[in-house]
Design a protein around this ligand. Structure first.
Ligand code: PLP
Length: 422
């Protein structure tokens, strides 16, 4: 695979129309080309594994695409003699395929699939018990503190929220009853990074599990297990599926006891991913490598464009050389991804900008092929409240964009006309 040194992103915009030239001429070298040497190694056969692990042709018919086993139960030859499958809540061949695939892509030993990202996180937390303490990022996806504070705290689990961008904060927050450190990197929407290798050292010396939500980067751009994570969580709803047509969640494990316990939780609690949804993700991951490359290419160009636009006050994107953790991004990630947050000042500016968009759509979620824009203050982070948002640093003029894989000129021209009008 070509390294990013050999690529010229400016070539991507050479064929611009006269109209879009106005916009695209500002797209320059603001984003570093990157020297992702250590992390890039993990990508050598990534695309091949994405297409072949768990995606083997069907034994019976030779079908190239995995069959969807739409069955609730399996006939048994005689008492106690089944063909490996008994009941679909316990296991399903389509689900097993995706579980093998995601374990391979993240470098784990096994993965377990659940009905949504939140169901996966909830299932993972059932491995801990009353009195156990969790140290987590202060700026997690809003649904996670909602689960922690409003559901699991009621069962006696305790949570401390710290700024995980400094591993020392994690170290200071660890107590004798701490069992898990839970991190998202980059965070939503401020795109703050956490140093996974440093946090994993802290966790190892305290014998605490490190769990990383890798939804924003996907295993293509970030390999938390290689950096020391014990478990990786995904909302497969996002980049892994990639087409905004299904919900799902995964936990990838590195330890047999975790994989076994989560298999038991699938059977006992039952929030498993359906065979059809598994099939959608199996289909989605086949193109993960090419999609992520395109998301990243478009993301860099859009971040460059935004950072040069006079109406934009600030851009939050780890690929920009002025991002405070740009060096960490280069060490820890293979690319910068497609999620960008930018600030255009007033709430009224955000309101009028999103009304004028034609190619980009206003909507929650991210990681699909289409460009989506959301307004954290009134959407993803509404429940955090004004004070909470102020503490985190979320303003009313902030918009978060998940850059899709449309023609980047069309995205930029659309953003430009909407920005010019405010
Ligand atoms: N983790 C992250 C980083 C997310 O952004 C989300 C949803 O937006 C979730 C977890 C929850 O996933 P789901 O919506 O599939 O339950």
């Amino acid at each position: 695979m070509l390294s990013r040194h050999h690529r010229s992103y400016s070539k991507d915009v050479e064929s611009t129309t006269t109209d879009s030239m106005l916009t695209l001429e500002s797209v320059s070298a603001g984003c570093s080309e990157g020297n992702f040497v250590p992390a890039r190694k993990a990508l050598r056969d990534f695309a091949t594994r994405a297409i072949h692990v768990g995606q083997e042709p069907d034994d019976e018919t030779g079908a190239v695409a995995a069959p969807i086993y739409a069955t609730s139960t399996y006939v048994q030859r005689e008492l106690g003699a089944n063909k490996q499958y008994e009941y679909a809540r316990v296991s399903n061949p389509t689900r097993n395929r995706l579980e093998r695939n995601l374990a391979s892509l993240e470098g784990g030993i096994a993965s377990r699939l659940f009905a949504s990202g939140m169901a996966a996180i909830n299932a993972l937390c059932t491995m801990y018990k009353s009195g156990d303490h969790v140290v987590c990022g202060r700026n997690l996806y809003g649904g996670v503190p909602r689960l922690f504070n409003n559901v699991l705290a009621g069962y006696g689990m305790e949570f401390t929220y710290v700024d995980t961008s400094d591993a020392r904060n994690v170290e200071c927050a660890i107590r004798t009853r701490t069992r898990m450190v839970y991190v998202e990197t980059p965070t939503n929407p401020l795109m703050e990074l956490s140093d996974l290798a440093a946090i994993s050292n802290v966790c190892r010396s305290s014998k605490v599990d490190l769990v990383v939500d890798n939804t924003f980067m996907s295993p293509y751009f970030q390999q938390p297990i290689a950096l020391g994570a014990d478990m990786v969580v995904h909302s497969t709803t996002k980049f892994l599926n990639g087409h905004s047509d299904g919900l799902g969640g995964a936990v990838v494990c590195t330890k047999p006891e975790h994989a076994e316990r989560l298999g038991f939780v699938q059977k006992a609690a039952g929030a498993i991913l359906s065979p059809f949804e598994c099939w959608l993700v199996l289909r989605g991951v086949k193109t993960l490598a090419v999609r992520m490359e395109q998301h990243d290419r478009n993301g860099r160009l859009v971040a460059d464009f935004l950072s040069h636009h006079k109406k934009v006050k600030k851009v939050y994107y780890p690929g920009l050389s002025d991002h405070p953790q740009h060096d960490l991004a280069m060490r820890q990630m293979n690319g910068f991804g497609a999620v960008i947050t930018f600030d255009i000042g007033e709430l009224s500016n955000a309101q009028s900008m999103v009304k004028r968009l034609r190619v980009c759509s206003l909507g929650e979620s991210l990681g699909g092929v289409e460009t989506l824009i959301s307004h954290p203050a009134t959407m993803t982070h509404a429940a955090v409240g004004e004070n909470g948002r102020r503490e985190i640093g979320i303003t009313e003029g902030m918009l978060r964009i998940s850059v899709g894989i449309e023609n980047v000129e069309d995205i930029i021209v659309d953003l430009n006309q909407a920005l010019e009008a405010i």
